[in-house]
Design a protein around this ligand. Structure first.
Ligand SMILES: [Zn+2]
Length: 135
């Protein structure tokens, strides 16, 4: 089965949410036709189950995508379970917030900060281990 890239799906969903918000915010926009065309274009790239999930969330007038900050969902502010952290960090799969149901993702900058924060820790522990061996 063809597995679409989760990062591309998130990017398409972010764009889709923002276009749909544009139509709500500016109901009289002269660009309506162009926006609707872009929406259709994005929708055609997304798998049906993801689209129906997105549409269900949009019915509640919320964005279907949220950014994770300090491992909290940016939409409902409930903590993301530990089991999903690695999946989010490596972007292997789509992660859905268990509480509010939106697709959650890390910002690229947070990903690198997270990686940076983990490296020095690893160094300290290996140095400690070396000291123990010497002693
Ligand atoms: Zn949530």
């Amino acid at each position: 089965m063809h597995r679409p890239d989760p990062k591309k799906i998130i990017a398409a969903l972010i764009e889709l949410n923002s276009l749909q918000n544009d139509l709500i915010d500016k109901p009289r926009t002269t660009k309506r036709a162009a926006i609707e065309e872009s929406i259709q274009n994005l929708r055609s790239q997304l798998p049906t189950p993801i689209l129906s999930h997105h549409d269900r969330i949009r019915l509640r007038r919320r964005s279907s995508v949220a950014v994770v900050k300090n491992w909290f969902c940016g939409s409902c502010h409930i903590e993301i379970p530990r089991g999903s952290h690695r999946v989010l960090q490596f972007g292997q799969d789509l992660v859905i917030c268990e509480n509010c149901g939106c697709y959650v993702h890390l910002l690229p900058t947070e990903e690198t900060e997270e990686a940076k924060a983990e490296k020095p820790k690893a160094k300290t522990s290996s140095r400690k281990r070396a000291a123990l061996v010497e002693a």
